[in-house]
Design a protein around this ligand. Sequence first.
Ligand SMILES: Cc1cc2nc3c(=O)[nH]c(=O)nc-3n(C[C@H](O)[C@H](O)[C@H](O)COP(=O)(O)O)c2cc1C
Length: 351
Amino acid sequence: MRAVNAASAIPPEQLRLSVAPMMDWTDTQCRVFHRLLAPHARLYTEMVHANAVIHGDRSHLLALDPVEHPVALQLGGSEPALLAQAARIGAEHGFDEINLNCGCPSDRVQAGRFGACLMREPALVADSVAAMIDACNVPVTVKCRLGVDDDEHYEVFRAFIDRIADAGCRMFVVHARNAWLKGLSPKENREIPPLRYEWAYQLKRERPDLAIIVNGGIATLDDATEHLQHADGAMLGRAAYHDPYLLHRLDVAWFGGELQTRSQLLRALRPHVEVQLARGVYLKHISRHLLGLFGGQRGGRAFRQVLSEGAHKPGADWSLVEQALAVTEAFSEVPSSARADAALRLCSGQA
Ligand SMILES: Cc1cc2nc3c(=O)[nH]c(=O)nc-3n(C[C@H](O)[C@H](O)[C@H](O)COP(=O)(O)O)c2cc1C
């Protein structure tokens, strides 16, 4: 019997581009930066366990800046009543979507019997999703793998999805590889099990009324664009974090608008940074998310170096970001010049 996920109609243009939930990375400071780069992307929090949402420090765990919307709260857990309570709290806090993690393979998560283990418990996931839908008025979605360990049958994966869809879930983010629960670290579990995008594509063909978002190993604009031929959207994780300018290029390519330079984008973050510093946030908590902005560019290493060395010092403020920009711009204006080296020495206090 299908529950009513009445609020589940996410506009299709909001599905196309999203940034993956990433523990320790996609905190509110990161999301504000990503929003600036990609006005049309759907953003995800780090996974927060339902218990933490209920009992923990919500001002920290559910921190949300109004510019982040649309933004989803990702929950971990496997107890329907707790997940429902956490989903309600998340929706009341202003999150636009509540996403259930069925893909994390870490030992800690396995010990708690949630994350990727849930791929083997479709009935429990269905109960959880149904309870969450009942408890809140925003879309409830699921992020999953293709299976765990040696699950190699597409029909098993599709049966998992069907069961959850019957509980009312209309959107699935598919990290298109298995999770191997024994012997691989979470990092290896993002690299070693082979990607099988075809399963996600086939699911979309066979279940066209479900929104299917493809995730895993998407590293370039062309890769991402190709997925849109077969599914409703592409979710980028590591590439978006390490090469945030890719997010901007994708947003402009898919939704229009004018391509800004990296420096323009960074300077647009200044008002936010200054408000945060005035509230007592340390620059290093913001600047750590900016380090990849000039990756692969002339001066990119210097940008990283100036920011990462300086942001830890007491009193570090926006002027450090300007110094990093000045060094980077010096590199790009005068290729391989001594001026750039001198600028770098100046900023690192060696001159
Ligand atoms: C540092 C890090 C933390 C992650 N934390 C989460 C998480 O909290 N929840 C989740 O569903 N996936 C998490 N993931 C997995 C990503 O959401 C994504 O599924 C995976 O990285 C594959 O996408 P990619 O190849 O584009 O990075 C994490 C990945 C990384 C790199």
